[in-house]
Design a binder for this molecule. Structure first.
Ligand code: NOJ
Ligand code: CA
Length: 557
């Protein structure tokens, strides 16, 4: 069997005969503004990232998903792009970018670009041309109306960041469609010229040597606003197949589509081996199942472990052999994993490690969001002035106008605002957590003195070393990459238990996801005494054995 190789044999250390390179690799997301600042302007940048590549190589990741560094007026922190082929000067230059690609590759790390093509910024030259001249070929790159839709008609859609999805253009007077901020204008994917322009841009980046793309809200590109269809439109998969043929065929790139609408039924349409429009999608069932029916993320529900386990088990079963899973707790839009699913207080380290264990030993490609590998926590902001995120600021205004109490909104934001994950990376106990020599663009979490890379990494029992071991285990054992998954103890309120099996190998994973000691129940778990793969300490699965708060282990059966 031929060995799969990434573009230019990327990343060679991660090549296994039994799977594609990205099926054994672990991804690491960098939110550039908050990762590492090299020049003291308080904003993380590309040279800052280059300076941390040895750190990431030591962790063992296979690729970096780089949140946008393109030219942008930064209304949505770079997700509003004004030139897909230019680097925002606050992040560096194109030479810096080329150096990042080369330096990462020298360490067997691929760079995965964020592909934000559901819309452009209002500063993009395509939109400038479209706005200036109704006859311009770029006019039809966007979606227009000569008047706003009547209330209650299908096109009367609400934007994700609040307010109506149609805004009147100040220059030409017509109404344009936008699913996010008014400065983020949706592209018209029914236009073949627009699709060809996107494909050309993707090929340009691939030729530079990037390892693939994370595709922002890709399930929205088949939208049909006049019909009220937003996600998962009828032409979505035709566009993705066409994109694949025009850009990805013949290259072993990794692609991951952000798809909030993905279900276990439609996910194989994206990633089934015979289709493989994208390598995998980011699916969010495990996130949204704990949002309020009415107030959504701003009023989160407590985590219900039996329900969460059921969601993971359903996804594991649905995509085994039928597609490929992504595995993640957090990203730049979600709260910190340890704050949301674990215990950011007394059991921070243990719960961060337990969360890592149960996620990284499932089937799929795991993603680490910057800082998760040291157990960073939510921002802890108490005042609206501390927030920078456009979504948080908009909903603060909207919900207060609707009569929501400010304290209730702030409690929701403290739990679920996107800024929770956007505070600067905590590198050390130095001023500003070693992130910058200047004033950071958003406050550093006050806990940096005792929670930082320098301290955690020096501790053999710290979170970083635990992640490092989990990443290495995926390389060592085919059963972790490819084994099938069986959920055990589905109804237990605190224990997460599952088995992975491949050929003669069976791995048993058990974690206590509560702050109380829990006794193993009498159950169909085989009784064995074995060393934990992660720590080497002996553990027993005998009924009655007590697991400490957030204890987690993995043993061979
Ligand atoms: C998803 C991105 O992850 C998020 O940060 C952004 O605001 C929206 N898409 C709109 O692009
Ligand atoms: Ca900087």
């Amino acid at each position: 069997m031929a060995i799969n190789k990434g573009p230019d044999a990327l990343p060679t250390d991660l090549v296994h005969r039994d799977c594609a390179w990205w099926q054994s690799a672990v991804g690491y997301q960098i939110y550039p503004a908050s990762f590492a600042d090299s020049n003291g302007d308080g904003i993380g940048d590309i040279p800052g990232i280059i300076g941390k590549l040895d750190y990431l190589a030591d962790l063992g990741i296979g690729f970096i998903w780089l949140s946008p560094v393109y030219a942008s007026p930064m209304v949505d922190n770079g997700y509003d792009i004004s030139d897909y082929r230019a680097i925002n000067p606050i992040f560096g230059t194109m030479e810096d970018m080329d150096r990042l690609i080369a330096e990462a590759r020298a360490r067997n790390i691929g760079i995965v670009m964020d592909l934000v093509v559901n819309y452009t910024s209002d500063q993009h030259p395509w939109f400038r041309a479209a706005q200036a001249d109704r006859q311009s070929p770029y006019r039809d790159y966007y979606i227009w109306r000569d008047q706003p839709p009547a209330k209650g008609t299908p096109a009367d859609i609400e934007a994700s960041f609040g307010g109506p999805a149609w805004t009147q253009d100040s220059e030409c007077g017509d109404w344009y469609f936008h699913l996010f901020a008014p400065q983020q204008l949706d592209l018209n994917w029914t236009n073949p010229a627009l699709r060809a322009a996107i494909h050309a841009m993707m090929n340009w980046w691939l030729e530079k040597g990037v390892a693939g793309f994370r595709m922002d809200v890709i399930d929205l590109i088949g939208k049909q606003p006049e019909q009220g269809i937003v996600a998962d439109g009828p032409e979505l998969h035709r566009y993705l197949r066409e994109m694949h043929e025009a850009t990805l065929t013949g290259r072993d790139a990794v692609t991951v589509g952000e798809a909030w609408s993905a279900t276990t039924q439609n996910a194989p349409l994206y990633s089934a081996p015979e289709r493989r429009e994208v390598s995998m999608v980011f699916q969010f069932g495990h996130v949204t199942q704990f949002w309020d029916e009415k107030l959504g993320k701003w009023k989160p529900k407590p985590i219900d472990w039996p329900k969460l386990k059921a969601t993971f088990a359903t996804w594991q079963a649905a995509l085994h052999g039928q597609g490929w899973n992504s595995l993640f707790w957090g990203n730049h839009d979600l709260p910190r994993a340890v704050s949301r699913y674990g215990d950011e207080g007394d059991h921070r380290v243990a719960s961060a490690k337990a969360l890592a264990t149960i996620l990284h030993l499932m089937e799929g490609t795991p993603y680490i969001y910057q800082g998760e590998e040291i157990g960073m926590t939510n921002a802890g902001f108490t005042h609206i002035d501390q927030y920078r995120d456009v979504e948080t600021l908009n909903f603060h205004r909207i919900q207060l106008a609707q009569g929501v109490e400010e304290s209730a909104f702030l409690a929701g934001a403290r739990a679920n605002s996107r800024d929770n994950a956007r505070t600067p990376m905590q590198w050390s106990a130095k001023e500003h957590a070693g992130f910058t020599q200047g004033e950071p663009w958003i406050s550093v979490n006050a806990n940096y003195l005792s929670l930082n890379v320098e301290q955690d990494r020096a501790d053999p029992n710290g979170v970083f070393n635990h992640y490092r071991r989990l990443i290495a285990l995926r390389q060592e054992h085919a059963v972790i990459r490819l084994g099938d998954f069986r959920l055990l103890l589905p109804d237990h309120p605190a224990l997460v238990a599952y088995q992975r099996s491949l050929g003669d190998d069976t791995l048993l994973v058990i974690a206590n996801m509560s702050g109380d000691a829990v006794k193993l129940p009498v159950s169909d778990i085989p009784v064995v005494q074995r060393p934990d793969l992660l720590t080497g300490t002996q553990v027993s699965t005998q009924a009655g054995v007590e697991l400490d708060p957030y204890a987690a282990f993995a043993i061979w059966l």
